[in-house]
Design a protein around this ligand. Structure first.
Ligand code: ATP
Ligand code: MG
Length: 200
């Protein structure tokens, strides 16, 4: 089994996340993509994050029309900070050691990977797929220098269709009363309106 992991705060989940996950699934022949909403990402500690029940509900709504997409609440159920290493260890326990895990990250996050908790152990235990937009260049030599041989075997780069959508922009649009149509799945738009999220 080859499983892709899409982690994020998904506040809210948008078509950028979904299109990227689908493109990666196809190009790496993954059996499924697991969307894992993050509880308290260490790099977003100071920021306000929407209640996890809403972020989980939107992630489920957004992914339900794709039979290869699954959602896990494992990080939400865990107490303390969300560390990817804990998630990878837990997934290896669930799926067994013969299952290969592919963690999907944006190219911008690749440049910061060396700062992640237990970064080298993490790169030894799972694959990373860094999604690059056309024309966006990442300095891979710095990544290789830090991670050594493991980088060549376990860190992959792929060009995905660039959708210039971010959750930050979506929250701002909603706050200003502007349309988010065609940027999030319809069911997510309806959920946001029904629950009056992001409009204060
Ligand atoms: P925020 O603006 O709140 O930081 P975001 O849109 O960046 O939200 P996250 O939940 O932080 O979304 O992102 C989860 C993952 O999805 C990250 O690896 C991020 O790089 C990636 N990602 C976010 N937006 C896009 C996009 N438009 N295209 C491809 N990947 C994306
Ligand atoms: Mg982000």
């Amino acid at each position: 089994m080859k499983i892709g992991i899409m982690g994020g705060t998904f506040d809210p989940i948008h078509l950028g996340h979904l299109a990227t996950a689908e493109a990666v699934r196809e190009s790496f022949s993954l059996d499924e993509i697991l969307f894992i909403p993050a509880a308290r990402p260490p790099h977003k500690l100071g920021k306000l994050v929407t209640d996890e029940k809403h972020r989980l509900a939107m992630t489920i709504l957004a992914t339900r029309s794709n039979k290869f997409f699954k959602v896990s609440d494992m990080e939400l159920k865990r107490t303390g900070l969300s560390y990817t290493l804990d998630t990878i260890n837990e997934l290896h326990k669930i799926f067994g050691s013969s299952t290969e895990l592919f963690f999907i990250i944006g190219a911008d996050s690749l440049a910061d990977l060396f700062k992640w908790h237990a970064a080298k152990e993490l790169v030894a235990k799972c694959h990373f797929i860094a999604t690059t937009r056309q024309g966006v260049d990442v300095d891979f030599s710095a990544v290789e220098k830090f991670f050594g041989a493991a980088a060549r075997e376990h860190i992959h780069r792929v060009t995905t269709p660039g959708l210039e959508i971010s959750s930050t922009d979506l929250r701002e649009k909603i706050r200003l009363g502007r349309s988010i149509k065609y940027l999030v799945p319809e069911a997510v738009e309806e959920y946001i309106l029904k629950e009056k999220l992001y409009d204060d």
